[in-house]
Design a protein around this ligand. Sequence first.
Ligand SMILES: NC(=O)c1ccc[n+]([C@@H]2O[C@H](COP(=O)([O-])OP(=O)(O)OC[C@H]3O[C@@H](n4cnc5c(N)ncnc54)[C@H](OP(=O)(O)O)[C@@H]3O)[C@@H](O)[C@H]2O)c1
Length: 276
Amino acid sequence: MKTIVISGGTDGMGKALAMEYLGRGDTVVVLGRDAAKGAVFGEAGRATFIQTDLGLIARNREVVERITTTFPVVDALVLCARHFRSTRAETAEGIESTFALEYLSRYLLSHGLADALGRAERPVVVNVSGPGVTKPEIRWHDLSLTRGYDGVTAQMQAGRANDLLGVAFAAEHAASGISTVLLNPGGVSTSFSGEYDAATAAHVEALKRYGKPVEEGIVPIIARIDDPPAEPLSAFVEGRRIAVTGPGFEPAAANRLAEVTRRLLADERRRRGSHG
Ligand SMILES: NC(=O)c1ccc[n+]([C@@H]2O[C@H](COP(=O)([O-])OP(=O)(O)OC[C@H]3O[C@@H](n4cnc5c(N)ncnc54)[C@H](OP(=O)(O)O)[C@@H]3O)[C@@H](O)[C@H]2O)c1
């Protein structure tokens, strides 16, 4: 029996994956912000629901603490939480919301659970995102997109950051046998969590109409959880492998982002310390 942690497990593909593995008798830890949606897991097999706002660094740290205290071994971490915003917003910690939820949370959960993953027989991190996209450039001097924000740019930057997270994480944890998988499931009809302007809302409605059903969308994710690739880092568009070298996967950029992230997290810890 496996232990699987799923971020954004209260809707869309995350929820469907949670139900799939609970149905198999595995232990599933679901991370989500909505207690009412989380209540469904109270009746479902070996489920633990943790209500949390993954957009906040402090909450991610608490989640890691709670999981590692209760579950010394984690077989799979599946990263699904997302929330689109047509209008720029900052978290209570002063970080642009998309960057915080869709990149920083994934960084904190991956690194925070690395030791527990390293104890599993065939550990895997599946980062459900959009690997291999090379534009737009990461805004190194304005990661929080204070100038010229739009929701799509924020999502694309977070996607690019997740590719670089994969490169740096895989290099750092190669010895512990963790298989890091970046996976684009293709167009899937999910809840598309977000706050949309009218034009984007119309586009999202079309995506919901034409996307494949969730049960189909999770098939390539299940395949990677059940049989993690042997390589430390791999990437897939649906079931098709794509290269993890070249533009978008540069180790120098990955190291740069890792360094910037460590600094940002250290600053936040200092700020919290100085406020008691
Ligand atoms: N659907 C697609 O066509 C598609 C295509 C390519 C890539 N992807 C990627 O696949 C992954 C899963 O997508 P999906 O479409 O299945 O997702 P979804 O239906 O939009 O669900 C997103 C999940 O994230 C949760 N969430 C949002 N904000 C949160 C917060 N602050 N703290 C904790 N949880 C939060 C949501 O909670 P609530 O239940 O409270 O809303 C929900 O459980 C995402 O990374 C997405 O970028 C999706």
